[in-house]
Design a protein. Structure first.
Ligand code: KG4
Ligand code: ZN
Length: 337
């Protein structure tokens, strides 16, 4: 493709309605995110039907705001990129249908993007010098993946969670602690009030699968511990439990990621996904990676959680490689990487 490439990107896979305008992959001209967190918080988690309905109500407004912020109009767009999976089917469908309608009306290509590919690409926006290959730890509400990113569109999944995703474990433990939804940020904040080691919750290793994760045993151990304290009528050491649980998750994430770097001889580790906003994870990883001579890239906080700029960036690399979709594009809730 010759000249500038300007992409309108849409992301509606979960509870953020997002649109962005991205130029040449890494230049973000606008990035609008409308979070539904307050709406879902009173139910203790995302209610899929409510998420879909809310997306349909505001998607047009969000797209128009993204264009206005960028100072551009529909006619300036070279393509439309959209997350088509994985995620909640109704939520994804809102974005996919909207993007298809726009691509059809504008006579422009439509590019379907994998949500995790987007999270990885968030780092390209923040770090112009970053190019594949590298190892990526993608940690979100739905995923805990160790990915060897061999090229912009070439991914080798070398490890994954066998049960709960890291973010899911944060959300469930936070709910039992009464910290509300979303749990990750709440545990992050609560843990900062702890100054003791408190206790060692289990760090799980899986035999013959050193890069796979398991968080359900840890989650159950923490929840049982909380129930025990409540049954004895004792006061809950909220901050200490939050910090001890968080440290157990962080130890496993950091330990396995750096092990993979060592064994595969990879010198660059990239964090991606909502959990990469976690303070302890960022600090612990930076410190340990430095000792091992591994260079770490961590997305800026606004690009850790769901947004459309990252979809525009990933979409650019698909588009320029000729990997475009067509109007038969559908939402794929369980889309593999
Ligand atoms: O990537 P994301 O916005 O949505 C998914 O693709 O799932 O990630 C959301 C997840 C939630 O589980 C949330 O609790 C977690 O990221 N999260 C955090 C933090 N901020 C968000 N987990 C730990 N510490 C945080 N500071
Ligand atoms: Zn996400």
């Amino acid at each position: 493709m010759k000249g500038d490439v300007t992409i309108l990107a849409v992301e509606t896979s979960c509870d953020e309605t997002a649109a962005a305008v991205v130029r040449n992959g890494r230049q973000v001209l606008s990035n609008e995110v409308a979070s539904q967190i307050k709406i879902h918080a009173k139910y203790g988690g995302v209610v899929p039907e409510i998420a879909s309905r809310h997306h349909t109500e505001i998607i047009d407004t969000i797209i128009q705001a993204a264009l206005k912020d960028a100072g551009l109009s529909y006619g300036d767009m070279d393509a439309v990129a959209v997350t088509y999976g994985p995620g909640l089917v109704g939520a994804l469908l809102t974005g996919v249908s909207t993007a298809k309608a726009l691509a059809y009306a504008l006579h422009k290509p439509i590019v379907g993007v994998h949500h995790i590919e987007g999270h990885i690409a968030a780092n390209y926006i923040a770090y112009p010098e970053l190019t594949p290959p590298f190892l990526c730890l993608a940690v979100s509400g739905g995923h805990t993946h160790l990915i060897h990113v061999k090229g912009y569109r070439e991914f080798d999944l070398i490890g994954r969670t066998r049960d709960d995703a890291a973010g899911e474990a944060f959300d469930k433990v936070a709910r039992v602690l009464g910290l509300g939804y979303p749990g990750g940020p709440a545990i992050d904040v609560a843990a900062k009030r702890s100054d003791s080691g408190y206790m060692d919750f289990p760090r799980v290793d899986i035999e013959d699968a050193p890069y796979d994760f398991s968080f359900s045993g840890l989650k159950t151990a923490v929840i049982n511990h909380i129930h025990g304290i409540r049954q004895r009528g004792e006061e809950l050491p909220m901050a200490d439990i939050a910090a001890s649980f968080q440290q157990a998750v962080v130890d496993v994430l950091v330990g396995k990621s750096l092990l993979a770097c060592r064994e595969a001889g990879i010198g660059t580790l990239v964090l991606a996904g909502g959990v990469s906003a976690n303070t302890a994870l960022r600090e612990h990883l930076a410190k340990n990676a430095k000792n091992q001579g591994v260079r770490v890239y961590v997305p800026p906080i606004e690009y850790c959680t769901d947004n459309a700029a990252m979809i525009g960036c990933a979409g650019y690399y698909r588009l320029t490689a000729g990997d475009v979709s067509d109007l038969s594009l559908n939402a794929v809730p369980g889309l593999p990487l």
